[in-house]
Design a protein around this ligand. Sequence first.
Ligand code: GLU
Length: 285
Amino acid sequence: MSGETVVTRFAPSPTGRLHLGHAVSAIRAHDFARERGGRFVLRIEDIDGTRSRPEFVAGILEDLAWLGLRWDALAFQSERLATYEAALDRLKARGLVYPCFCTRAEIAASASAPQGDVGPAYPGTCRGLSAAEIASRTGACCWRLDMPKALAETGALTWHDAAAGWIVADPLAQGDVVLARKDAPASYHLAVTLDDAAQGVTDVVRGVDLFAATDVHRVLQALLELPVPSYHHHPLVVDAAGRRLAKRDGALSLAEMRAGGEDGATLAARLRRGIGSRFPGEDLS
Ligand code: GLU
């Protein structure tokens, strides 16, 4: 033990109501900190101005309190835009990011696009634009990390996952990821990496669906000289058929369960028992 205070976080995006999958993730992060005398941060990832809504922020606070979870700090990404912009400026000054004018449709239409774990990797169309070409463009642009160039600076990178062990990062598989969006001043990748460092997060407890994203976060940590947390990617909650719970498949929100008479503390206890089982989804029915 290093004596360092353990800090975990739960970082929902307020774009809808929380469901059981969120509850399990929040309980895991919360309990990890509590069991070690640490701190639990609730971070609202509300940089997506078109999809984030205040009523969903209120819903998150209400649902977590209903489950009996208490947080030691409440942070909002929308209050940290200047920090994200400053980090992007540093990367711009080092020539590690470039503006990209491609539309979603153009990227999807690129037959050569390799499939990354989190969607098609960007084919690099705008990577070689000259200063004159950039100046002649009028449309909105996003900013992408020049991944090959970034890796030439960082060299090989590793990170540790509690279940999977030491991982050699393969960020090239994610391609030139977006760091600042056309419609938002920072992407998920940039904001999350900066926030975990700023909030002193020592242990990132989150779903295994974000496993590959950690390779990207590791690159940003190296480029921006940020500390590297330990990672604890946990299995996702699945239904009886083994499918990930999703709203579109009729998964009940916590608010609907509460309205149906469910007790939050009882549900949290049931979920904690499930977390201890081999297949976390199996006794949730
Ligand atoms: N905001 C992300 C989500 O809702 C989670 C971010 C993270 O845990 O790194 O999926």
